[in-house]
Design a binder for this molecule. Structure first.
Ligand SMILES: Cc1cc2nc3c(=O)[nH]c(=O)nc-3n(C[C@H](O)[C@H](O)[C@H](O)COP(=O)(O)O)c2cc1C
Ligand SMILES: [Mn+2]
Length: 507
């Protein structure tokens, strides 16, 4: 049964021993971040040192404990609303969020749909029926009203400071809403987009809207502005929904594919949507908090700095401004947030789940891909390790170029391509075999293209160079005519002999 809402997930986490309540009054300004860092510290060090046992499941390659327990701060200073943080900060909690025993199950469901082919005979048709029926459960459903409407405030009664919005790090430009679902419509097609874009609180009724330039929200803004530079677009923001819906905003899915449909797929139950009070957007009926308002197409304001998931402050920049005209919320809402900072933090586990879940999609387009790994320290876009089954000259280069043109994987600053027999979840093995396999001048490739907005080393914002390392075995067909040595391994006969006398050796 899909979680009804966020609080049902909180109850589940508590039952599973995954959540701790903090009853002492603490300040959402800096103090909550410091507590989150401390509960995660032991685990963080373990995570930074981790390697994986040969043959281990990828899920075991990341520290199972995550970044400490989920925390519910019941008394944030200055607000009557409790703060939930770290709700998704471990592989186990991500599995609880998707109600699966292993993330592989979600990947398997996606694979099942991708494998659906035109039925050959009656038996095939019958086999497809349950899948087709399941498809129906993906589409969001419009309902008349929902819990998110229990309390409504308009105009001057709106005050964002009613909520315990965190200021995470000392040099942050202010308080930031870090876990919002931002709803807009494509002004040309009317199709919905939902993205997780941080929002800096400027005052009681306005925030920044950190639409990075390649993201779908930014595209909606640009298209609307081209049509009517002096106009405005409606925007709605939902904070805290059932886990799958809450996470849908970060999914790297194609433009015009509805994130709410994907949330329905993940929770195996349609997301119920209600109309906003003041505009024609729809929002999840089970949300804890809804902000309704608009963005002026001719207004930009300085946003940042913000202690980011790179582990550094992202710099100030000019971004659109969200004006809040109406707030609705549950009678006793929970404020869902996350703290980003030096890796790994909660977002690593959210991103890790996305990586595992979307691997089948990547493999369908590029069957030569055996596996991918995004080490936490690579903060998603800095490093991707890819294992391929190499079948033709230049294959590794082809995969690099494929990744640089694959949705948000375009941001990948460094791609390392290795042969299929390298355990890419063992970073020690990757370093060893990569460095042994390359002639740097020959095997490193540079290209230019779009960069993640948060990359502070790029020569300019949003544009820069990327590097691909072809660490596969080189072939004669690629101009490498020397012999390639085999990897050292003891022979079976000797191993068996020593096995037989091992116990007698006293070692
Ligand atoms: C905690 C967190 C914060 C994020 N903050 C931003 C942000 O401020 N701006 C942004 O463009 N993307 C941000 N992202 C990444 C987007 O949510 C992600 O790229 C998503 O796919 C965007 O939706 P879209 O593909 O519909 O544009 C954040 C992701 C997470 C997990
Ligand atoms: Mn989107």
């Amino acid at each position: 049964m899909a979680y009804r809402d966020l609080r049902e997930f909180v109850r589940r986490l508590e039952k599973e021993g995954e959540l701790k309540r903090v009853r002492t009054e603490v300040d959402p300004i800096l103090e909550i971040t410091e507590i989150v860092q401390r509960v995660g510290r032991g685990r963080r060090n373990a995570a930074l040192k981790h390697g994986s046992a040969k043959g281990a499941q990828p899920e075991m390659a990341v520290p199972h404990e995550g970044v400490g327990p989920a925390l519910l701060f019941e008394k944030p200073r200055g607000s009557r609303v409790p703060v939930l943080v770290n709700a998704f900060g471990s592989v186990r909690r991500m599995c609880l969020a998707f109600e699966v025993g292993a993330l592989e199950e979600v990947a398997g469901r996606i694979r099942g749909f991708l494998d659906m082919q035109s039925p050959a005979g009656l038996f095939d048709k019958i086999k497809m029926l349950p899948k087709l029926a399941e498809l129906g459960s993906f589409f969001p459903k419009t309902v008349k009203t929902g819990d998110c409407k229990e309390v409504r405030r308009h105009g001057n009664d709106v005050n964002l400071f009613d909520f315990p919005i965190l200021k995470c790090w000392p040099q942050d430009g202010g308080r930031f809403i870090t876990f919002p679902l931002v709803f807009t419509r494509n002004p040309e097609t009317g199709k919905r987009n939902v993205g997780m874009y941080r929002m800096q609180v400027y005052d009681e009724r306005s925030t920044g809207m950190h639409w990075q330039t390649q993201k779908h929200g930014a595209e909606h803004f640009r298209r609307a502005r081209e049509a009517n530079p002096e106009g405005r677009i409606p925007v709605a923001v939902a904070i805290g929904s059932d886990p799958a819906t809450s996470l849908a905003g970060m999914l790297p899915i194609p433009p015009d594919l509805d994130e709410m449909m994907f949330a329905g797929f993940l929770r195996r139950d349609p997301v119920e949507m209600v109309s906003c009070e003041t505009n024609d957007l729809e929002v999840p009926a089970n949300a804890e908090i809804i902000l309704e308002g608009y963005v002026n197409l001719n207004e930009m304001r300085t946003e940042g700095p913000f202690g980011d998931h790179t582990g550094f402050y992202s710099l100030e920049g000019e971004y659109p401004v969200f004006h809040v005209e109406c707030v609705t919320h549950k009678k006793e809402p929970i404020y869902l947030t996350t703290v980003v900072g030096p890796p790994p933090q909660e977002d690593f586990y959210m991103g890790y789940a996305v990586e595992r879940v979307f691997l089948p999609v990547m493999k369908m387009q590029y069957p030569e891909i055996v596996d991918v790994a995004l080490p936490a320290e690579g903060i998603f876009h800095n490093l991707m390790i890819v294992a391929i089954r190499k079948s033709y000259p230049g294959h590794a280069r082809k995969i690099m170029n494929a990744i640089w043109s694959l949705g948000q994987a375009m941001f990948t600053k460094v791609i390392v391509v290795v042969d299929h027999d390298v355990d890419i979840h063992s970073y020690g093995e990757v370093v060893w075999k990569t460095l042994c396999a390359i002639d740097p001048e020959r095997d490193v490739q540079f290209v230019f293209g779009p960069m993640d907005t948060l990359d502070h080393a790029a020569r300019m914002q949003d544009y820069g160079s990327k590097m691909g390392i072809d660490a596969t075995r080189k072939w004669a067909a690629e101009g490498f005519t020397r012999p390639w040595p085999g990897e050292i391994r003891m022979d079976e006969l000797t191993r068996a002999k020593i096995d037989a006398i091992w116990k007698t050796l006293g070692l």
